[in-house]
Unconditional design. Structure first.
Length: 97
């Protein structure tokens, strides 16, 4: 699981290798949750101030609503933190091919 966090931590979160090594798994998880929240906020800004006005200008009454444009996010599965860590710890000894 640590391998899947490394690209996000060193890429999008812009952490150094030393910083990444100093953080605990729960801290890294919190950083990634914050990143996802910021990405959703940025997407909302784009939809509200850019996409919706263009759709309304060219689509008129047929333009999609905010809820329709962001409906795909409602399908995200929510996993409890305990289930998440249970999955991480059970995959500890397994290697991906």
């Amino acid at each position: 699981m640590l391998e899947s966090y490394e690209p996000i931590a060193l890429g999008e979160l812009n952490l150094t290798i030393e910083q990444f090594g100093d953080y605990t798994m729960s801290q890294i998880s919190a950083l990634i949750k914050g990143l996802k929240r910021r990405q959703k906020y940025t997407e909302d800004l784009f939809v509200i101030f850019s996409a919706l006005p263009v759709y309304k200008c060219f689509g008129g009454k047929n333009a999609p609503t905010y809820e329709e444009l962001t409906a795909y996010r409602n399908g995200e599965k929510k996993q409890s933190e305990m289930d998440f860590w249970r999955d991480v710890l059970t995959q500890k000894g397994k290697k991906k091919c």
